[in-house]
Ligand binder design. Structure first.
Ligand SMILES: [Zn+2]
Length: 450
């Protein structure tokens, strides 16, 4: 038992150190390199946002924060209670009482647990949705909203069931060295999901069509061409059936890579849409999705090696109400499946989910920190490509006003939620860019006479 555990620990350490070094070296810590004449521009919401826009952002922030934090805390506490006490294994025992074969037991346990967790989060989701509705961001009626929740739960079922069937299959087949196969399998699965996501998952929630022929499409494709990024098509998602917020994104890689615009964006002036697409081209050119997927997959492979250490700890298994393999006491009832004890017992699934949750919560702040830098680099790319900081500033202003973004997030919000720099930060960088290129500085949008 000692050697596999040591090997798993060493592999986990090697993978985490590798991820750390890769992130330290490849993250664009300074997204806009070069000297800024006169120094960096300080972000200042008051420069471009009117007092009423700032007040609305504050009010919205204090309305959405309670459901967000409460939902997070309740979700984490519940999954920890299920995983680190016998509650979870009892729940799974109850849910799978009539199921014999192990693959079916794993599938039923995965569906039952993810459903329980989603149900626990539902009141907070309803609370959040009612805030979005009050502020006019959500355009959905409750039945449509509920259908979305069910679809999203079904996607969770499929992904978790596949991942956990593979995990338990490897655990049963290779009781001592399963971490190696599971880590490699986890890596492949993350890459596969990221690749397939745009063609398998996104269509579940939205309809996509090509940006119609016309001036905007021609201009955008010409810009991509000028940028040296091969783009055959720009897709439009029917986001307006759900939201009034503005967004665009790149997803997939290789043959599934796509640039998607929310249809809500098409009412903005074409120059602003170009500014957004310039940002997305920055992601495409740098292969940010593929890179993020590979680094994330490496981190997950490391986490699976750690999982092996925890799942082979008799103390932890006993605490989770699962018989460790070394247990001397025969279980009551029918003779247990010899491969179904210890980590291989599907009742350990609650412990797996608890460990996944802890790993995710630890990983999120790091992910957000790196993501904000990559987003800032995509902004710099848009500025270099369009050479139009004034339009960039008005687009960022429109984005944060329409989405009612937080204009001055606190440290905890940066840590937990912010994948992008705040609007005023993005605008300040555009003014840096103007100083560096001796371009006309974008005038304050909230300036005198505006
Ligand atoms: Zn971006």
């Amino acid at each position: 038992m000692r050697v596999p555990r040591l090997a798993a620990a060493v592999t986990a350490a090697v993978l985490f150190v590798t991820v750390g070094i890769v992130l330290a070296v490849t993250t664009p810590w300074n997204p806009l390199p070069g000297h800024v004449p006169g120094g960096h521009v300080e972000p200042d919401p008051g420069l471009d946002y009117s007092p009423s826009e700032i007040a609305r952002s504050r009010a919205f922030d204090s309305a959405v924060n309670p459901p967000a934090y409460a939902g997070l805390v309740v979700g984490v506490l519940l999954v920890l209670a299920l995983g680190f006490t016998p509650l979870g294994s009892r729940f799974i025992g109850w849910a799978t009482a009539r199921v014999r074969r192990w693959p079916l037991r794993v599938a039923v346990a995965a569906v039952a647990l993810t459903t329980l967790l989603r149900l626990a989060g539902l009141p907070f989701d309803i609370w959040n949705e009612s805030v979005l509705r009050r502020y006019g961001i959500s355009t959905q009626a409750w039945p449509e909203w509920l259908v979305d929740q069910l679809k999203s739960l079904a996607v969770t079922w499929v992904i978790y069931t596949i991942a956990l069937l593979l995990l338990y299959g490897v655990v049963r087949r290779f009781p001592r060295y399963w971490w190696a196969g599971a880590a490699a399998g986890g890596f492949v699965l993350v890459v596969a999901v990221s690749f397939l996501y745009p063609v398998v998952v996104e269509p579940v929630f939205n309809k996509f069509h090509s940006l119609p022929q016309g001036r905007l499409r021609t201009d955008l494709l010409a810009m991509a061409e000028r940028d040296g990024v091969p783009v055959e098509d720009v897709l439009v998602a029917d986001a307006s059936r759900r939201t009034t917020s503005l967004n665009a994104y790149v997803s997939g890689f290789g043959s599934t890579r796509r640039i998607v615009l929310y249809d809500t964006l098409l009412k903005s002036p074409p120059a602003r849409v170009e500014s957004i697409v310039g940002h997305e081209l920055g992601h495409a050119k740098r292969n940010d999705v593929l890179w993020g997927t590979l680094v994330g997959a490496l981190g997950i492979a490391g986490a699976i090696c750690l999982l092996h250490l925890l799942m082979t700890s008799p103390r932890l298994l006993r605490r989770a109400g699962v018989d460790p393999e070394t247990s001397q006491e025969p279980a009551p009832g029918p003779v247990p499946d010899p491969k179904g004890t210890g980590a291989a017992d599907p009742r350990s699934l609650a412990l797996v989910l608890a460990l996944v949750t802890v790993a995710t919560q630890v990983g999120t702040p790091v992910q957000n920190l790196v993501s904000r830098r990559i987003e800032a680099r995509a902004d710099a790319h848009a500025l270099n490509l369009t050479r139009d900081p004034s339009t960039f500033v008005s687009m960022q202003h429109e984005l944060s006003v329409r989405n009612i973004s937080d204009l001055s997030p606190d440290a905890l919000e940066y840590l937990l939620w912010l994948t992008h720099p705040a609007g005023p930060d993005r605008i300040a960088m555009a003014r840096d860019w103007a100083r560096m290129h001796r371009a006309q500085a974008p005038p304050p949008l909230n300036g005198p006479g505006s």
